[in-house]
Design a binder for this molecule. Structure first.
Ligand SMILES: Nc1ncnc2c1ncn2[C@@H]1O[C@H](COP(=O)(O)OP(=O)(O)O)[C@@H](O)[C@H]1O
Ligand SMILES: [Mg+2]
Length: 255
């Protein structure tokens, strides 16, 4: 078992969250959350439905204000104008009137990147998600898993400081989910992005994460931090995998 100290050795902190608290009027949803995300890390957050996961990501992205607490990116307070935080929502969110390649270009144009840099990134991402043959198609002409790949490509293309993913595969059937999880790992390996992946699915968290933060029921607190030191590709029926999955299940016990 890798200890927290061993895990942190040589890693650079990308995002630091201290005392993060969120209330909607009287309703306390996030209760004093403290943690760090390391540069280039694949960090999973797992917690029961309704515990505050989406609220948590929305406050990290500054879509909604925190009631209390600090979020630092590279040591400075997180600021949408300065930092590049990308978000993959629970609902598939490609832009219906833009072709596959224009979906990927969209955010890059908003960022006013040089044209040749935009084209370079578009080509890289089309290649990485295998959508080159469909570059001129529109989202409604694609299957839901292909559309989800457009969304992933669009977000990774931004080369974000932090990519937040809110149960992106929750609505898909299991085969597609496995396929997209493998693709996510492949792209993340290639681009070394810092990813915070939120799910209520324990198996998915153990399959993807280098580290897992387990949230409690509402109000959400971090109950436990688990380092998943399994080699990749991971196997769902590997006894070590099963052991960690059972440990996380035990830690959550939301039923
Ligand atoms: N805008 C809002 N106003 C009031 N309450 C909200 C709002 N958004 C979410 N909540 C409540 O906060 C809790 C956590 O919701 P959410 O963050 O969506 O959880 P999760 O994503 O883990 O399912 C729920 O009880 C929900 O009803
Ligand atoms: Mg949610």
């Amino acid at each position: 078992m890798t200890t927290k100290e061993e895990y942190a050795r040589g890693k650079k902190v990308k995002v630091g969250v201290t005392d993060l608290t969120k209330c909607y009027d009287e309703l306390l949803v996030l209760d004093d959350i403290n943690f760090e995300i390391y540069d280039g890390e694949m960090l999973c957050i797992v917690g029961p439905t309704g515990c505050g996961k989406t609220t948590f990501l929305n406050t990290l992205a500054r879509f909604i204000p925190a009631t209390r607490g600090d979020i630092l990116v590279d040591g400075t307070p997180s600021d949408p104008r300065r930092h590049n935080i990308a978000f993959v929502f629970q609902e598939v969110s490609s832009i219906p009137w833009l072709s596959v390649e224009d979906n990927i270009r969209f955010g890059l144009r908003i960022k006013r990147l040089p044209a040749d840099e935009i084209e370079r990134r578009v080509e890289t991402m089309l290649e990485l998600v295998g959508l080159k043959p469909f570059r001129r198609n529109f989202p409604q002409e694609l299957s839901s898993s292909m559309e989800q790949r457009v969304v992933i490509a669009r977000n990774f293309a931004l080369n974000p400081d932090l990519l937040l993913m809110d149960e992106p595969y929750g609505q898909l059937d299991i085969k597609l989910r496995y396929y997209l999880e493998d693709e996510l790992i492949r792209i993340w390996n290639e681009l070394k992005s810092t990813v915070l992946f939120v799910t209520h699915n324990i198996e998915e968290a153990v399959y993807l994460g280098q580290r897992i933060l387990v949230l409690s029921n509402k109000p959400a607190k971090i109950k436990e931090e688990i380092i998943v030191d399994l080699p990749r590709p991971r196997k769902f029926d590997d006894p070590e995998f099963v052991k960690i999955r059972e440990h996380v299940t035990e830690s959550i016990r939301w039923w």
